[in-house]
Design a protein around this ligand. Structure first.
Ligand code: UDP
Length: 411
C-alpha cells in the first residue's frame, strides 16, 4: 500500500526484552494511528545475515548463562576504540544482509531496539543515500536497557536516540551524541500497562487468587531465570499459609512442572503456577509486591504498577546499574539469598509493625511516581514524525545519513 508509511524495526532475540519493546512500539502505533503506518519487526541478525552471524541470538543465550564469558565479551567490546573497528569488520560480511532488508521493506524510517544494530545499518543507509539508491531516511535508536548499557547503543550517526533514564542520557552524551539527538521518554512498555485496571479484589477473583491473603509475584524474565524454586521453598518455610505466591515461569517448562508437584494445603504458601503469560499487567495489579531479576522491562512494568520490587539477581553488566536505581529511588531492595528474601517478604507483608507498613506503602507510591506509562506513546509520536519527514538538523554525523539534501535544506 503506497499511502502507508513503512517502518522497519531491527531487533534480535537476545533475551526477551528487545522483542517485547519492538512489539510494544508496534502495538502503540496501531492504537494511536490505526493502519497509517506499516511496521515490520525484523531479526536482522537471524534473518538477513550469513553464518556465523545469524547464530548470534543463540550465542547470546549461551554466553549470558556463563557470567564470566559474557562479562569478558561485554567489557572487551565496550570501548569505542574496539567496537567501532570490530563492527566495521563484521559489517563487511553482514552489510549485504542489511541491503537485502532495505530492498525488501523500503522503509521510511529505520528503528533499532538492539545494541548491535546501529553502526552497520547506519553505514549501509548512508552509502545508499549517497549513491541515490535510497532517499534520505531517518534512523532512530530506542534503548531498551535501563541504566548501565553497552556503548554500541550510541552511534552519533543516528538521527535520534530515545533513552529511558537520565543515566542513559549521560552515556549517550559521553559517546559523542549531541544533546538534541537524545530524547528521554522512558522505556517503551506495552500499552496494556497504561490502561486502567480493575480493583485489586476484582483482579484477584478473576485470576483465581485468594482475596484476603497478601500476594507475592515471583518472576525471572521471559526465561524463568534465577533461584525461583528455592525462593518458593524458603517462603513456604518462613511464612507458610499466611501468604500466596504467583510464580511466572516464562518459557521454563521444567520449573513449572516441579512447582506443580510441590505439596499444597494447610501450612504451605498458596501457590499459583503459570507458564508464559501475556497478562502480566493483571498479575502485577493483583499482587502486593514482586520478586524479580533486575530485567529492565519487568522493573519498568512494576514501577508503572506501583508495587515495591525485591530484586534477587541480575544478568551481568547491562543489568547491574538497575540495582542502585531501585535502591537509590527507594522503591525496593536487593537480596540474592532465598532465605533472606523470605525474611524481607515476611517483614514487608506479614510481620512488620506500623512503621514498616507505612514504609512499604511509601515504596509503592514512589514506584508509581517513577513509572512512565505514557513513554511508549511519546516515543511512537516522535517516530511517526520521523517517518513522515527526514530531519536535517542533527549534527554532522547524522547529516551524512541524510545525504545531499541536508546541504540543500541548510541553504
Ligand atoms: N514476560 C511476559 N510473560 C511472561 C514472562 C515475562 O510477558 O510469562 C515479559 C515481562 O513482562 C517483560 C519481559 O517479558 O516485559 C522480560 O523482560 P526483562 O527486560 O525483564 O527481562 P529479559 O527476559 O529480557 O531478560
Amino acid at each position: 500500500d503506497a499511502d502507508r508509511k513503512r517502518i522497519l524495526i531491527g531487533m534480535s532475540n537476545t533475551g526477551g526484552g528487545h522483542k517485547a519493546s519492538a512489539e510494544a512500539i508496534q502495538a502503540a502505533f496501531q492504537e494511536r494511528y490505526g493502519n497509517k503506518y506499516e511496521i515490520f519487526i525484523v531479526d536482522l541478525w537471524k534473518e538477513h545475515t550469513p553464518a556465523p552471524f545469524n547464530s548470534m541470538p543463540d550465542t547470546y543465550s549461551f554466553l549470558v548463562k556463563n557470567a564470566f564469558l559474557w562479562r569478558f565479551t561485554y567489557e572487551v567490546t565496550n570501548p569505542k576504540l574496539i567496537h567501532v573497528p570490530y563492527l566495521s569488520a563484521v559489517g563487511s560480511f553482514v552489510s549485504r544482509g542489511v541491503h537485502e532488508a532495505l530492498d525488501k521493506y523500503h522503509p521510511d524510517l529505520v528503528v533499532s531496539v538492539h545494541p548491535l544494530m546501529q553502526h552497520i545499518p547506519i553505514r549501509v543507509m548512508t552509502e545508499r543515500v549517497k549513491s541515490g539508491a535510497m532517499p534520505p531516511t531517518n534512523f532512530a535508536t530506542v534503548v531498551t536497557d535501563f541504566t548501565t548499557c553497552h556503548n554500541t547503543w550510541f552511534c552519533p550517526g543516528a538521527t535520534r536516540c530515545f533513552v529511558p533514564t537520565e543515566y542513559c542520557r549521560q552515556l549517550a552524551l559521553g559517546n559523542g551524541m549531541a544533546p538534541q539527538q537524545i530524547i528521554l521518554h522512558g522505556l517503551p512498555i506495552r500499552p496494556s500497562f497504561s490502561r486502567p485496571l480493575s480493583s485489586r479484589p476484582v483482579l484477584r477473583r478473576s485470576l483465581g487468587m485468594d482475596t484476603g491473603l497478601p500476594a507475592v509475584l515471583l518472576v525471572g524474565g521471559g526465561e524463568g531465570m534465577g533461584a525461583l524454586e528455592e525462593t518458593v521453598s524458603q517462603l513456604d518455610a518462613r511464612v507458610g499459609d499466611k501468604c500466596q505466591v504467583v510464580v511466572i515461569c516464562g518459557r521454563n517448562r521444567s520449573l513449572q512442572e516441579r512447582l506443580r508437584a510441590r505439596p499444597q494445603g494447610p501450612g504451605h504458601v498458596l501457590l499459583h503456577v503459570c507458564g508464559f503469560v501475556d497478562n502480566i499487567h493483571e498479575w502485577m495489579g493483583a499482587c502486593d509486591t514482586i520478586i524479580t531479576k533486575a530485567g529492565p522491562g519487568t522493573i519498568a512494568e512494576a514501577l508503572i504498577s506501583g508495587i515495591p520490587i525485591l530484586l534477587n539477581g541480575n544478568v551481568p553488566c547491562q543489568e547491574e546499574g538497575n540495582i542502585p536505581y531501585v535502591i537509590d529511588n527507594r522503591v525496593g531492595a536487593f537480596e540474592t539469598r532465598p532465605d533472606r528474601i523470605a525474611s524481607i517478604i515476611a517483614s514487608w507483608l506479614i510481620e512488620g509493625g506500623e512503621e514498616q507498613r507505612a514504609e512499604f506503602t511509601a515504596m509503592g507510591r514512589r514506584a508509581k511516581a517513577l513509572g512512565r506509562p505514557k513513554a511508549v506513546y511519546r516515543i511512537v509520536d516522535d517516530l511517526a514524525a520521523l517517518a513522515d519527514e527526514p530531519c536535517f538538523d542533527f549534527g554532522p554525523a547524522a547529516a551524512a545519513l541524510l545525504g545531499q539534501r541536508n546541504g540543500a535544506a541548510a541553504t
